[in-house]
Design a protein around this ligand. Structure first.
Ligand code: SF4
Ligand code: SF4
Length: 94
């Protein structure tokens, strides 16, 4: 395991195949994205499930989404136990 990933795994305290992906592992998102996730901070309880499951690792541990890399796959919204993530049409983002 590369040194950086080993350090991340130690910081996290557990290792899964999903826990230490590279941010934006398939590159920056182009203009093709149709839906994007928007987090409702009032509903979010910081459980970190979206952070764990995001395949692009573009959700930070303080639950902010890096839209430069988010592919709009919707996995985070699907996994959120609080229903705190809505997938909205790209042009409706405020
Ligand atoms: S999965 Fe939902 S409740 Fe958990 S941290 Fe993410 S947005 Fe918040
Ligand atoms: S929509 Fe997909 S890529 Fe974007 S933050 Fe959610 S899980 Fe990550």
């Amino acid at each position: 395991m590369p040194k950086r990933k080993k350090k991340e795994a130690e910081d996290i305290g557990f290792i899964t195949t999903l826990s230490v992906p590279a941010v934006g592992s398939v590159g920056m998102t182009g203009s093709w994205r149709i839906f994007l996730p928007v987090i409702d901070g009032e509903r979010c309880n910081k459980c970190l499930l979206c952070w764990i499951y995001c395949p692009e690792a573009c959700i930070s541990k303080d639950i902010r989404i890096d839209y430069d890399y988010c592919k709009g796959c919707g996995i985070c919204a699907e996994e959120c136990p609080r229903g705190a993530i809505a997938m909205v049409k790209e042009e409706k983002r405020s």
